[in-house]
Design a protein around this ligand. Structure first.
Ligand code: ZN
Length: 173
């Protein structure tokens, strides 16, 4: 197990469209375990593989609170197959955009499908925070980030802030 380095804004990798996972090899299992460790360490409630620099359609999620037992969910090739017309506004953050939070409107209820590490196909329906979280993570697999739903002004402001920080870091190095 290892904690991997998080890819953050403005890294252009975050805009890549990830590839299907393919067969579940040891490499895939290690990636999933490392992603969970990285997410717990951050801490966060969801992470897509591209956020540790791997363009594969793999997502990990755990909505358990600090004092609860962990409930890790590993989703291979997850897809949203249906969304409700009703929407819900939730404040979102992202491990690739540290310390930035904004309200985003998304479908309140979704149906989704994914493959488990054991090769099982799962179809399920959910709402609330899990629905928000899954939509956010599946977006990452398509190179989409939650700031894409904000106004152009807000988005360019946050991107500029992170570009400036990256430049400063490069100068100090
Ligand atoms: Zn994110």
């Amino acid at each position: 197990m290892a904690i991997r380095t998080l890819v953050t804004l403005p890294d252009s990798k975050l805009r890549l469209v990830s590839e299907p996972v393919g067969p579940v090899t040891d490499e895939v299992r290690t990636l999933a375990t490392d992603m969970l460790e990285t997410m717990y360490d951050a801490p966060g409630i969801g992470l897509a593989a591209i956020q540790v620099g791997v363009p594969k359609r793999l997502v990990v999620v755990d909505l358990a609170k600090k004092d609860e037992e962990r409930r890790p969910l590993v989703l291979l090739d997850p897809e949203v197959t249906w969304t409700s017309d009703e929407t819900r506004i939730h404040e979102e953050g992202c491990l690739s955009i540290p310390d930035y939070y904004e309200e985003v409107e998304r479908a309140d209820r979704i149906r989704y499908r994914y493959r488990t590490l054991e090769g099982e196909m799962v179809e399920a329906e959910t709402d609330g925070i899990l629905a928000t979280c899954l939509q956010h993570e599946i977006d990452h697999l398509n190179g989409v980030m939650f700031i894409d739903y904000l106004s152009r002004l807000k988005r360019s402001r946050v991107i500029k802030k992170f570009e400036k920080a990256a430049r400063r870091e490069a100068e100090d190095a």
